[in-house]
Write a protein that binds this ligand. Structure first.
Ligand code: PMP
Length: 435
């Protein structure tokens, strides 16, 4: 039964554009009506009609410990008794900053309220530090909705040389071409293309911003050659910005940077750093961060930045991860078994899929592998994915409602949820095969 969700969706569409406050939630790419969530506990979501669903979204990453984790709740509750916002410095900001710098090796960190703010601010900082205007991003990487980042260059049919001269076309209405033109776009996991771009334009670039493991084209894992070329950009005075909004504190205590041995100059965070409350952050060496106001000339501010409740949720989450490092093994083991089970079930039903997994992030592409680039990913059969998604939902499993997203496993997932998920998957594959 989904009557209440449907009614809420209809009502929501009258007063909120598309009925949602973030587009993917509207189920546009899979069709149908989104579930409105009433509550969540552990690895489960309860929708407005009382249906219990195994949650593989985890609020798109933050809920690495599962919903309503006792230590995180206690941390928020203790902050709550002291007031919800001060607009003045508070000890919790210092505590979280100490934890983040210790875990990640960055010397100073500035808290903001979303991943978008973090990447936007990091780019401003990189431009100020280098005195250059252009930035480079990768096709299919997402860094939030700041104007200069909503950009892809032209169509996938272009050759590399053509790409170099391509106008950077905004991928959203309302982004001025003049501004989008400062963002160059290259292909992820295309080391030759990147090397060529660096030869031609490297000395104009302030920064390369990248997802160290892509989650936003589905999961794409960087190749060693690609990482080498990325690192070579530093020789041209280009700052590397690792956008760890999704991967930070998830792929290891020190994020993808630690796991993959990356050497970024600036890191951006979101999601887990706020434990489910709105927090983003960016960090770098003291030398770079001291460009930020009030120390330096880069203005960046926020009424609710460092909000005590949000800091408390982040502290509770990072403390739990720090004190229980076995969580990383547990969620990786679960996700690996999920990967194996999905591959087996798909093969038994005669459906071609490619599963990309690293740590507790996973995407099952409905295409033959390997899937390394954006172009590989978009070959997926999104119609088949949509059918599978709905079959899973009908069987009580809430997968990410788009082919081009990662799912996120939490410490609350267990043997029972795994078995339920794999049984649902096997049956869903057989059903879509027979349709
Ligand atoms: N960077 C990455 C890698 C992300 O995945 C996201 C959001 N999914 C963002 C930035 C933007 O974060 P937010 O939605 O908090 O603005």
């Amino acid at each position: 039964m989904t009557e209440k969700s449907r009614w809420l969706y209809e009502t929501a569409q009258r007063v909120i554009p598309g009925g949602v406050n973030s587009p993917v939630r509207a189920f546009k790419s899979v069709g149908g009506s989104p579930r409105f969530i009433q509550s969540a506990f552990g690895a489960y979501l309860i929708d407005a009609d009382g249906n219990r669903l195994i949650d593989y979204i985890g609020s798109w990453g933050p809920m690495i410990l599962g919903h309503q984790h006792s230590h995180v709740l206690a941390s928020i509750q203790s902050a709550l008794t002291e007031g919800v916002s001060f607009g003045a410095p508070n000890a919790r900001e210092v505590e979280l900053a100490m934890m983040v710098t210790k875990l990640t090796g960055m010397e100073k960190v500035r808290f903001v309220s979303s991943g978008t703010e973090a990447t936007m601010s990091a780019l401003r900082l990189a431009r100020a530090v280098t005195g250059r205007d252009y930035i480079l991003k990768f096709r299919g990487n997402y860094h939030g909705h700041a104007d200069g980042l909503l950009v892809e260059a032209g169509s996938g049919l272009m050759t590399n040389e053509q790409k170099l001269q391509a106008r950077s076309a905004p991928s959203s209405a309302g982004v001025p071409q003049a501004y989008a033109g400062l963002t160059l776009v290259a292909d992820y996991n295309d080391p030759e293309g990147l090397a060529q771009l660096l030869r031609d334009r490297g000395n104009t670039l302030a920064a390369i911003i990248f997802e160290p493991v892509v989650g936003n084209a589905g999961v794409l894992i960087p190749t060693a050659e690609f990482i080498d070329v990325l690192h070579s950009a530093k020789e041209q005075g280009i700052l590397l910005i690792a956008d760890e909004v999704m991967t930070g504190f998830r792929l290891s205590p020190g994020g993808a940077t630690e796991r993959l041995g990356l050497k970024p100059d600036i890191i951006t965070w979101g999601k887990i750093i706020g434990g489910g409350l709105p927090v983003g952050a960016y960090g770098a060496s003291a030398e770079i961060m001291d460009f930020v106001s009030p120390m330096g000339p880069v203005y960046q501010a926020g009424t609710l930045s460092g909000n005590p409740l949000a800091m408390a949720a982040g502290i509770g989450t990072l403390q739990t991860l720090r004190d229980n490092p076995e969580i990383y093994e547990k969620i990786e083991d679960y996700t690996e078994r999920l990967e194996q089970g999905l591959l087996l079930a798909a093969a038994q039903a005669g459906i071609s899929v490619c599963v990309n997994r690293i740590g507790s992030m996973l995407t099952m592409f409905f295409t033959e592998g390997p899937v390394q680039t954006y172009q590989d990913a978009v070959r997926s059969d999104t119609r088949l994915f949509a059918q599978w998604f709905h079959e899973m939902l009908n069987r009580g499993v809430y997968w990410a409602p788009s082919q081009f997203e990662s799912i996120f496993v939490s410490a609350a997932h267990n043997e029972r949820t795994l078995e339920h998920t794999l049984q649902a998957a096997a049956s869903a594959f057989l059903t879509i095969k027979s349709q």
